[in-house]
Design a protein around this ligand. Structure first.
Ligand code: NI
Length: 142
C-alpha cells in the first residue's frame, strides 16, 4: 500500500517581480505593487509530499531526519533571508514568482533526491509553496 506523507517547512525571503524582457511601464502594469523597486518580503511555506510503502518494521514511509536534512541543505538554507532576485542564480534570469520558485525548489529536490534516497523509495510526489495564505502553487506528480 502506498501512502502520501507531507512535511512543511518555512523560510522568509524578499523578492521583486520584474521581467527583464518587458519595459518598466509594462512591468508596473503587469505586476503592480509587486514591481516596487525595493522589493518586499514573504514568509514562504514549503510542503514536500513523498509517496511510498509503509516499512513493515519502522511503520514509516520516509526517514524524516533524512528529509529534513535534504530540505535544509537544498531549499531552506540557500533561500532563507535571501534577496531571491539578487542572491539565487535561477532568478537572475527567471522572475521569482511563486510558480518559478516552486519549479526551482522541485528542480533542487529532484536533483538531490537519489543521493539521499538511492533505492528510489520514497519518491518525491509533489511540492506546494504558499507565498501568502491566498497564493499557493503546486508542482507534481510528474
Ligand atoms: Ni511578492
Amino acid at each position: 500500500m502506498t501512502v502520501h506523507l507531507s512535511r512543511k517547512y518555512g523560510f522568509s525571503a524578499t523578492h521583486r517581480l520584474h521581467a527583464k524582457g518587458l519595459s518598466d511601464a509594462e512591468n508596473r502594469t503587469i505586476y503592480g505593487k509587486c514591481n516596487n523597486p525595493h522589493g518586499h518580503g514573504h514568509n514562504y511555506e514549503v510542503e514536500i509530499t513523498v509517496a511510498g510503502p509503509v516499512d513493515a518494521v519502522t511503520g514509516r514511509a520516509v526517514d524524516l531526519a533524512a528529509l529534513d536534512a535534504l530540505a535544509a541543505r537544498e531549499v531552506i538554507d540557500p533561500l532563507r533571508y535571501r534577496d531571491l532576485n539578487e542572491e539565487v542564480e535561477a532568478f537572475r534570469t527567471e522572475v521569482p514568482t511563486t510558480e518559478n520558485l516552486t519549479s526551482e525548489v522541485d528542480r533542487r529536490l529532484r536533483a538531490a533526491w537519489p543521493g539521499v534516497f538511492p533505492s528510489g523509495t520514497p519518491r518525491l510526489e509533489k511540492i506546494r509553496i504558499w507565498e501568502t495564505e491566498r497564493n499557493i502553487c503546486e508542482v507534481g506528480p510528474l
